[in-house]
Ligand binder design. Structure first.
Ligand code: BEZ
Length: 390
């Protein structure tokens, strides 16, 4: 029911699409789309918002992409890498989906990518940044609508070095997502003359931060760099402020620290600076329209995860339009996605040869309930795609 206004408002677009779509899609069966996302645990909100964003774009196109109606399947992957193979096989073998949209957690994405590389299932990763998915594990059928872990992290290393920070402590969850967000940061931060004096980790998805916050206070670095997201990010920012460290040791990180979390973090997040491929206050016409329709449909403002879901649908749509809904024409379909310029709420982005977005990374600052854009920290930043040979 929530989506009625979106659907009604999209009637004109749908009519145009129906005319533009050739005979191929007429009478074709529904295209089966499987969401492999976390719908429980610390990343549950991220999974839900990705699905919402994806469905919003499809609703704006009258419920069809390339003239094909879609049928949805879903699996809660619980952000559990140990269950990744079984979960992705539920979609591939049990539900026989044509396309997978997944996932959020880097460790789960790595397991999922191994399976879809073999099965050849078209997969669009709408969040998980694990570098190898568009690096050593790259494949013709795997695309990403979000970022590589290296991108926002590398941008933040340069920002912190330029702001004059010399000695930094890092703190994150001990899994691929956290480790790569720290590695990307270190690469540019040390190049800029900075030094990481201590790396702190705790197991994903635990949130017992107190002992580590005490260790940070005792170490007295110039600043702290952190990667947390979802429920964990809410708790970390609140605990950091409750310990009084927000007054003495500035906290930075990739924007997952404060995206979709500000209402819950309240004043504890005030003034935090982060880097991300999305921000509040962008002067991107597409963003204005997207925010209006997302808020009308879901009664909540969008976040970066909603944008990545929306853009995953745009990427699939670009491929399907090019082949007029004929999903058998894989080579042409993949070539069309690769060549697409995606008119994203984040700003237009292109897709690299290894299938990762080439995009601007913004520096943002928390002001009330917004991550206000401050500047472009890195223009059209492309992941180095180490190890990809396609
Ligand atoms: C990751 O595991 O890649 C990830 C999870 C949440 C936000 C950003 C990245």
């Amino acid at each position: 029911m929530k989506q009625l206004s979106v659907w009604a408002g999209s009637a004109a677009i749908a009519a145009v699409c129906a005319v533009a779509t050739g005979a191929q899609a007429q009478g074709a069966p529904k295209l089966k789309v499987g969401f492999m996302l976390p719908y429980s645990g610390t990343y549950a909100a991220l999974g839900n918002n990705i699905e919402n964003g994806f469905k919003l774009y499809v609703a704006e196109r009258g419920g069809k992409l390339g003239g094909r109606e879609l049928e949805y399947f879903k699996v809660d992957d619980e952000s559990d890498p140990a269950k990744a193979t079984d979960n992705v096989n539920k979609l591939i073998k049990r539900d026989q989906v044509d396309v997978i949209i997944g996932t959020v957690h880097s460790g789960v994405a790595a397991g999922m990518a191994r399976v879809v590389k073999d099965s050849g299932t078209l997969t669009i990763v709408p969040n998980a940044g694990v570098n190898a998915v568009t690096g050593a594990m790259c494949a013709p059928n795997i695309f990403r609508s979000s970022f590589s872990n290296w991108q926002p992290a590398y941008a933040m290393g340069s920002v912190m070095a330029e702001r004059g920070h010399k000695k930094v402590v890092t703190i994150t969850w001990g899994y691929a997502g956290g480790a790569e967000m720290v590695d990307g940061f270190k690469e540019s931060f040390t190049k800029g003359g900075g030094q990481v004096v201590k790396d702190l980790t705790l197991p994903f998805p635990t949130v017992e931060f107190q002992a580590l916050i005490t260790e940070i206070a005792a170490t007295k670095p110039d600043a702290v760099y952190t990667f947390f997201a979802g429920g964990g990010a809410v708790k970390f920012v609140k605990d950091y402020a409750a310990a009084g460290l927000n007054k003495t040791i500035p906290l930075y990180g990739p924007g997952f620290l404060t995206d979709g979390t500000l209402e819950a973090q309240g004043a504890s997040a005030s003034g935090l600076m982060t880097t991300l491929h999305y921000a509040d206050g962008l002067t991107v016409p597409k963003d204005r329209a997207f925010r209006t329709s997302y808020t009308a449909a879901y009664k909540a403002p969008p976040d970066v995860y909603a944008v990545q879901g929306y853009d995953a649908a745009q990427m699939l749509g670009a491929g399907l339009e090019a082949v007029k809904g004929d999903f058998g024409k894989k080579k042409e379909l993949y070539a069309a996605i690769e060549a697409a310029r995606i008119d994203s709420p984040r700003g237009v982005f292109t897709i690299s040869k290894s299938h990762n977005p080439v995009q601007d990374i913004y520096l943002r600052k928390v002001d009330g309930n917004e991550n206000k854009v401050v500047s472009v920290a890195a223009k059209a930043l492309a992941d180095p795609a180490r190890g990809c040979s396609m």
